[in-house]
Design a protein around this ligand. Structure first.
Ligand SMILES: *[C@@H]1O[C@H](CO)[C@@H](O)[C@H](O)[C@H]1NC(C)=O
Ligand SMILES: *[C@@H]1O[C@H](CO)[C@@H](O)[C@H](O)[C@H]1NC(C)=O
Ligand SMILES: *[C@@H]1O[C@H](CO)[C@@H](O)[C@H](O)[C@H]1NC(C)=O
Length: 524
């Protein structure tokens, strides 16, 4: 109340005395839109699919009524490898004008989007499959195709001129797509004085170029176009987006493809440690959605936002989204929480160079629960679907469908009668000591089981302290929670094992030997 009165007074003061000041408070935000987009992928020719998706894009842009300063569409939801387009690196004028961009390979759909950017006077980010003619110096360097294909973000300004282009560096199961010779660092500056960096989906799991943009270039506003396969318990789409923005203390505009039957959904607008301003995960349907999410984003991600925090829905809906599962769970050091009313524990769990201290108080509300819970610590290397790896150090609490560790990260889909049979956590604190490394990112990884959204700042406290050889992270639940799925500290140590020749060999040996040692050690 006092704060309200004070704010009211200050407001009055600023209106009566400092009109210019009112203007400047208005200018501390920009309006961003990210699109969760269900692509048309079946039913007709490639040209017709492209046409249908373009029409969907234009319809969504129209629905914004010109209110956005910037709007972002997801990865791989527009054209395909048989409906390629050239993409100029930049153009002086709008690509809406036929004579601009002197290249017959620039497809009409790209020009239509430039016209839409101009019509709604908005910056526009789209992702396309790009055709690039090969520069053939000798027969060896030329493929039979005669051109290469890139997975490319294109950015238009409010007139429809191309102001930035980025070709994906970390490809994920994209056999027909080429990589650039070296990674690109793509940025652009807007008329509202914000410099954005942008990249694509899988890039977010690696240091280059995502962390380079943040750490080397000091970028505070990041755009990512996505088509992301969610994985429980630590890497579902919105959870990861929110954790990444939190850890980097940046604004993140994430636009995702919407194909829940294929495990893909998740978009949002996040403001650093202020959490999600808008977000959408389609978890309760097999059919995706087409939706424009809007938010007023602070120019400074650290500047407190006046609007009410959005929370996850209370109501739990059965999860239909197809989810991957963390592949290394059986190698975690874990401890299962006994389901006894009014339990409390103070426990230290270690694996290799990571020790975490857990203080937990919990009580099951019914005799039988929807989920069991484990505390766990893991230091190891993981593989993604591609031959790409990250060294991971993590510790936390996570939900399990049954009493085995292999059942952690499985949703309780067949147990609908148990819905609402919850465990209430009244105290939950993790203290982790993570070894310091120059290239790593320590993120909160949290998830509520009601709809697979991350915890918001009113629910989560996070602090970091740098000591000589370790970073001490303290993560705490700020209020009781009865629908926890994940509450963890997730450390991505990027290429700790995989960089360089020796590193690669080490990684290979690690991969070959670890399962052998593990199976020997844990033989029952
Ligand atoms: C755009 O205008 C329509 C019709 O006036 C309205 O229903 C809709 O909410 C508006 N959208 C935005 C984003 O302002
Ligand atoms: C692009 O990728 C294709 C398919 O993998 C390959 O045949 C071709 O040589 C690549 N082109 C370049 C320039 O690397
Ligand atoms: C633009 O932003 C920079 C730093 O991000 C700041 O130094 C500069 O004063 C700003 N310019 C305007 C016109 O607001």
């Amino acid at each position: 109340m006092a704060a309200f009165l004070r704010r009211g007074f200050l407001w009055l003061l600023s209106v009566t005395l400092l009109l210019a000041d009112v203007d400047s408070t208005e200018n501390t935000f920009y309006t961003a839109g990210v699109v969760e987009y269900r692509p048309t992928i079946m039913g007709s020719s490639s040209d017709q699919l492209l046409e249908a998706n373009l029409a969907g894009y234009l319809e969504i842009m129209a629905s914004g009524n010109g209110t956005t300063d910037i709007i972002v569409f997801p990865e791989a939801t527009l054209n395909s490898v048989v409906t390629l387009t050239a993409v100029p690196e930049w153009t002086k004028e709008s690509l809406c004008e036929e004579q601009v961009g002197d290249d017959p390979e620039i497809a009409p759909f790209l020009r239509s989007l430039a016209c839409a950017a101009r019509e709604y006077s908005t910056y526009l980010v789209v992702n396309v499959k790009e055709r690039v003619p090969e520069q053939c110096t000798s027969d060896e360097t030329c493929s039979s195709r005669g051109y290469s294909i890139h997975n490319t973000n294109v950015v238009f300004d409010r007139q429809g001129a191309v102001i930035s282009r980025y070709r994906k560096w970390n490809l994920y199961l994209e056999p027909s797509t080429n990589r650039t010779e070296s990674p690109e660092m793509a940025t652009f500056t807007t008329d509202f004085n914000v410099t954005f960096g942008h990249f694509i989906c899988f890039d977010m799991l690696f240091y280059t170029p995502a962390q380079d943009l943040v750490e080397q270039l000091g970028i505070r506003h990041v755009i990512v176009t996505k088509m992301f396969n969610s994985e429980l318990p630590f890497l579902t789409a919105s959870q990861f987006q929110q954790g990444w923005a939190w850890a980097n203390r940046v604004n993140l505009l994430a636009s995702g493809g919407s194909l829940p039957q294929g495990g893909i959904s998740g978009s949002g607008i996040y403001a650093g440690q202020q959490g999600a301003l808008a977000r959408l995960m389609i978890t309760d349907a097999l059919e995706g959605e087409r939706k424009l999410l809007l938010a007023r984003v602070p120019l400074n991600p650290e500047e407190p936002i006046a609007t009410d925090e959005i929370l996850e829905p209370e109501r739990t809906t059965p999860v239909k989204l197809k989810l991957l599962q963390q592949p290394e769970l059986s190698n975690f050091a874990t401890w299962e929480l006994p389901m006894v009313r009014g339990s409390s524990v103070d426990k230290r769990i270690c694996q290799e160079d990571l020790c975490c201290q857990f203080r937990v108080t919990w009580t099951p509300m019914e005799a039988q629960q929807e989920y069991n819970y484990r505390l766990g610590v893991w230091v190891g290397q993981r593989r993604y679907e591609e031959e790409q790896y990250s060294a991971i150090r993590l510790c936390g609490l996570f939900a399990c469908r049954g009493s085995t560790v292999e059942s952690c990260g499985l949703v309780s889909e067949e147990q609908e009668h148990l819905q609402g049979h919850r465990v209430v956590f009244t105290q939950l604190e993790i203290l982790g000591e993570f070894v310091r490394r120059p290239r790593r990112l320590l993120m909160p990884s949290t998830l509520s089981s009601s709809s697979l959204y991350a915890l918001q700042p009113s629910q989560l406290a996070w602090s970091m302290e740098e000591l000589d050889s370790v970073t001490r992270i303290k993560m705490e639940l700020r209020q009781p929670h009865s629908q926890l799925m994940t509450f963890a500290i997730y450390g991505n140590y990027f290429d700790e094992y995989a960089s360089g020749g020796a590193g690669r060999l080490g990684a290979l040996l690690f991969l070959l030997i670890t399962p052998l040692i593990m199976s020997y050690l844990f033989r029952e």
